[in-house]
Write a protein that binds this ligand. Sequence first.
Ligand SMILES: [Zn+2]
Length: 244
Amino acid sequence: MSPVLPLPAPWIDGLPRDVRGFVVPAEAGWEDGAPVLAKVGQDRKVALGMRRACGVCGFVLPKGRAVYRAFAQVDAAHIRMHEREQSHDDSGPLHLSCVLYSAMVCPYLRERTARMSRTGINPGGRRGTRAAVIGFAGFGLLVPMHAYKSSQPAMPKFAYVQMVEDIPYVDGADLTDRYEAAVRSDRNIIDMSVPRMFWTGEEPPDLKRALRADVKAISRRAENSEFVYTQMIENEGEFGALPL
Ligand SMILES: [Zn+2]
């Protein structure tokens, strides 16, 4: 039985589709000229985050508004208990309508039997019966403390600060009403008059250019110790949070 899928909001509708017809998020990885929706494009997520652009639609996340991610049950529980003030995820921030759309459409997020989990806590673990969309007041880039000195740096992550919203769900379809409300409110804050950040294919030159500028900016801020805090991540070492 295939679930009834939500109508994409205008800022989602214009995104490319993969061969199965799924919307391709801006932060998806690309291999052999095709998007791989199960992978996060490490270059893309940094370039998007540095420009405060949403990892799904590629349009800007306005300052002063909460940003969102979806989490597996075990990760959501961990955040509620231990990381309400400072959390982290491998992937970048999203608009509420964009994360709810993903949670309703993406096979990894919508079904309770699926396996998905953030890196480090429970990789490959089950999504769990009650996944959650969690909102945070702010975000930053979480960079390995010695990235700018190392030839093989760990990948940056995203810091999420101050949990402000918690939307548990069992099945993607539970989110229908919330999604429709989020589309109505996000319509007022998503500026579609400027082009979305989206790069097609592998290593597009404009993405490489953007990334070179970003790496320079990150290194400069890291050397000036502009971190708002640092934290140890199990098996990965010390990271510093640069506000965005
Ligand atoms: Zn978005």
